[in-house]
Design a protein around this ligand. Sequence first.
Ligand code: DC
Length: 212
Amino acid sequence: MIIAIDGPAASGKGTIARQIAAVYGLQHLDTGLLYRAVAKAVLDAGYPPDDVEHAIAAAITLDPAKFQDIALKSQAITEAASVVAAIPQVREALMNYQREFATRPPGAVLDGRDIGTVIAPGADVKLFVVASPEVRAKRRVLELRARGEAADEQEVLADLLRRDERDSRRTAAPLMQAPDAHLLDTTHLGIDAAFRAAVDIIEAVRAGRKRR
Ligand code: DC
C-alpha cells in the first residue's frame, strides 16, 4: 500500500504520516528532508540557494544517510529548501529515489507537496492536509520553542505565508491537491483527532475498494 500525504508547512502532515506508517507497518519518507538536504549542501558550500548549477549538482549527489541531520530543521535551511525545490532539475534528480522508496515492499507513506500529483499519482490513498495559517504558525512557534529557539508568532506566520506562496506558485510540481485526494482540515483537531480522522479516511477508501 502506498499512502500519499501532501499539504502546506505545519499542517500536521508529517506527524500524521509517521503515525500512519507505524500503525500500518509501512516505511515513511519525509520528502521535505530531501529538499532540505540539498539546500544545506548548497549553503554549506558557500552558494546561495538559487544557484541553479550547484543546487542541481547537490541533488544528483545527495547522500540519504544525511537526512537525519537535526540542522536540516533550522530556519535558514527551511527557507532555502523552498528555493531549491522550485528548480525543476532538482526535483527531477530526486524523483527516482522517492518513487523507488514508495514501491519498495511492504509499501510506504510519503509526505510532501507533490506526492499525490507527481511522485505517486497511483497511490492507494491520498490525503491533502490543511490548517489555517494562524494555527500552523502557532504550532511552528511551539515546535521552535521546544527546541530552545526564540520564535515570534508574527514573524513565523509571515515566513509560512511566504513559503506557501512560493511552494504553490512555482511551475514545477506546485503544492496542489490531487483531484482524488481527500481533504483533511486539522485546524480544530489535536494530534490524536487528526490521526483518527486520517485512519477513518484510509479505512473508508480501503472498504470502498473491497466492495467494488
Ligand atoms: O515539508 P518541509 O517543510 O520539510 O519542506 C521543505 C521545503 O521543501 C518546502 O518549502 C517545499 C519543499 N518540498 C517540495 O517542494 N516538495 C516536497 N515533496 C516536499 C517538500
